[in-house]
Design a protein around this ligand. Structure first.
Ligand code: PLP
Length: 390
């Protein structure tokens, strides 16, 4: 690999040249089963025909004008995304971090309009919200932050899945304007909170007039078996951020809002040159249509259960296994010891997976995955985990 790239990534020794569905081929023609989807991006699998057609057609029609003008593909995607997310309005960005930046700015503006001069957002430990300075500050990972101080003001941190900790902050800090959490922590190790966690956050937000903001960048777009993971709860947030699977590989992000929160950002307060451009929105629209046409939310639920059942059966009695956590096709297999070496070993066996939080094997396969492909993932992981020695 070229020395000309700034080494922000420790890359695995493989380069892919072609993809189709859950399959990838490298420069030597070796075939791999992709159980990571570029970290929850290619949820429709690689080179999905509807997305490819949409990009090709759009590229011959119009690639970019400006947000100074109407953009019909942005209008259409906005309508479709608000419908599936149950939100009123949307701002389009080019990435997840930028979607969260929009949410953070929205929360601060909301605070200032209430006379709060140091608007403060509650965030959680072990969270991940992105790499820009504001989202890095919101991120609950000291290793990611180190060396980039001074970080921003206006954030307080509480443990994840701890409502009492949020209540305590509410009693002590009069500057709170919003809570920002992931419904399931992805980078944090597929951490799933209590089933009433979001409902309890909703109640606190209502009581204190805070905005409930959910980072659904990894959990959204049918990954957990619903359009957005919050739809497993009884509550609706005020703000949702989306990205990753929204473009199936074309960079696009979104900050969605509802009710009063949807009226906070006004002309001149925020913007983006590329955000919501015709090409990205054509891809996003094709993604939503393809998900609906094939009911991939339901498939995520069914195939997720199948995969977890298979893993539980074949890893039964394995003393290396701590716990399997999952919702839909967002799956974490927690082992009793660090296991980052499994990534390379799986690669050699033709399987792409990821290890996060040190000891959690993370699986985020395409939602289009077939049963035979599920079996192959199960067999490979079982073989890998069983050969680990203490
Ligand atoms: C990936 C991710 C982000 C950051 O998205 P980028 O597109 O890399 O900026 C933010 N939040 C969560 C939960 C993510 O998984």
């Amino acid at each position: 690999m070229s020395d000309s790239l700034i080494s922000t990534y420790k890359r695995l020794p493989v380069t892919f040249v072609r993809g189709e569905g859950v399959w990838l081929w490298d420069t030597n023609g070796k075939q791999y089963l992709d159980a990571l989807s570029g970290i929850a991006v290619c949820s429709l699998g690689h080179t999905n025909a509807r997305v490819a057609d949409a990009i090709c057609t759009q590229s011959r029609q119009l690639l970019h004008t400006s947000n100074l003008y109407g953009i019909s593909k942005q209008d259409q995607l906005g309508d479709a995304l608000c419908r599936v997310a149950n939100m009123d309005k949307v701002f389009f960005s080019n990435s997840g971090a930028e979607a969260n930046e929009a949410a953070i700015k929205l929360a601060r503006l909301h605070g200032h309009s209430k006379g709060i001069d140091l608007p403060t957002i509650i965030v959680t430990e072990n969270s991940f919200h992105g790499r820009t300075l504001a989202t890095l500050t919101a991120t609950g990972n000291k290793n990611a932050q180190i060396g980039f101080e001074p970080l921003l003001q206006g954030f307080v941190r509480v443990p994840f899945n701890d409502i009492a900790a949020i209540e305590k902050v509410a009693a002590e800090n009069k500057n709170i304007v919003a809570v920002l959490v992931e419904p399931i922590q992805g980078e944090g190790g597929i951490q799933i909170p209590a089933s009433d966690y979001l409902d309890n956050i909703r109640a606190l937000c209502d009581q204190h007039h805070w905005l409930m903001m959910l980072d659904e960048i990894q959990t959204g777009i049918c990954r957990t078996g619903k359009w957005f993971a919050y739809q497993h709860s009884n509550s609706t947030p005020d703000v949702i951020t989306s990205a990753k699977a929204l473009g199936n590989g074309v960079p696009i992000g979104a900050c969605l809002a509802r009710g009063k929160a949807a009226e906070v950002l006004q002309p001149g307060t925020h913007g983006s040159t590329f955000g919501g451009n015709p090409l990205a929105c054509a891809a996003g629209l094709a993604v939503i249509q393809e998900m609906e046409a094939n009911d991939l939310a339901a498939n995520a639920m069914i195939k997720g259960e199948r995969l977890v059942q298979g893993l539980k059966t074949s890893l039964q009695g394995c003393d290396m296994l701590n716990e399997i956590r999952s919702q839909g096709l967002m799956i974490g297999i927690e082992l009793k010891q660090p296991c980052t070496e499994l990534v390379q070993q799986a690669l050699e066996m033709g399987l792409l997976l990821n290890v996060t939080a040190g000891n959690v094997i993370r699986l985020l396969p395409p939602l289009t995955i077939k049963t035979a492909e599920i079996e192959q993932i199960v067999d490979t992981i079982a073989a890998l985990v069983k050969q680990i020695t203490k």
